[in-house]
Design a protein around this ligand. Sequence first.
Ligand code: HEM
Length: 403
Amino acid sequence: MKTTASAAAEPDHVRAAPFHPDPYPYYGRLARERKFHHDAANGWWVAASAAAVTEVLTSDICLTRPPDAAIPEALRNGAAAEIFGRLVRLRDDAARGKLKDAVTGALRSIDLALVAALTRRRAIELDHEQGPPRDPASTTRFMFALPVQVVAGLLGIPRERFGDVMAWLGDYGAAAAAAGTGIPFPTSERIARGHGGARGLFDLVRAIAADDRQRGPLLEALVREARGAGCADEDDIVANAIGYMVQGHASTASLIGSTLLALARRPALCAEVDADRKLLRPLIQEVVRFDPVTSSTFRFMARDGEIAGQRLRQGEMIMVLLAAANRDPVLNAEPDRFDIARTDRRYLEFGAGAHVCPADRFVLLIVEIAVDHLLTGGVPLGRLESSLSYGVSGHVRTPLFKA
Ligand code: HEM
């Protein structure tokens, strides 16, 4: 029997929340009543209020990795470690600052009109290659293919390699998540596939980075910005070029899916959007606040210190609930009301502080074009809810529509 949102019991703990049918009563209660607390059963701290989440993300004693394990044990000694250990997302060493500036500067230098044109063209090509999304399963395929293939094209990866790249990203992503969070379980087969995927990605992107004629505009900008900032390590550049795809793959696909669901659940709003596509942007921003895809991230204490008035010890882990903070009434009035007309909308979905996501405008644009394309093409909104399950992940909320 299918579990309905209202019938399901609350998640057992925060890592089970991203794939729960409706975790928001739980998240909202944590944000209001258990703003920053210790979960003794699981041995981690939980930051849930907007203030606690912001304090953790902007604290210089909260690291993205444990102080004694920059690379998870399960990934060491293989190609996956070469990506994982070099990503600005997962580093707090002295060299990362310049690299982050280069990663951000390169992405922001790309003309959004070019991104829009590429996204529209690729959406049409995908319809020809895999058929227009007219059922739940093909809708899911489109959601996953479009955003990552736009980024791949901007890096200079040729179209005939997109299939390989998506398979490698899937394998690398599953291994990295398994090694970093234990979800899914890090079996030796999963880790081995992750190393294989990482090797394929590294070899392909390194060859493109080394050839002036092959580099696409985003890779060209990253090479220019990184060299200009004095980042001499070519492998750091290659890994962070791959990082654009790793970071955006599941999350952007998920945001397309969550936006479709928001429409499927609100027929009157859907009619309004059909009549006026300018409503798509505020709709997507309300979905980002109300049903976000990056449910949480985590941090580790660099040393003993105080966070949100509590004394924490070196190495302790903090689960940072972005999705709960978005439901904190301090951040948004009446946070449980879905309202695309909010004028004072605030969310922490793209993070804060040193590791803030550089891609927010880029993401909103791609999702807007994707949803517009799907609505025009007759995506089966009415069949999405009954085919819905959420991908099993400790941090990302990924709606999957299956046949
Ligand atoms: C819906 C889509 C996306 C969401 C919700 C999202 C959200 C986030 C969040 C919350 C972080 C910070 C994580 C932390 O502090 O622990 C982050 C980091 C990052 N994101 Fe995104 N992201 C999205 C898509 C993308 C895309 C498409 C790209 C690249 C094209 C991208 C590039 C990055 C990078 C490079 C970082 C690392 C920044 C750093 O650590 O300094 N993201 N993202």
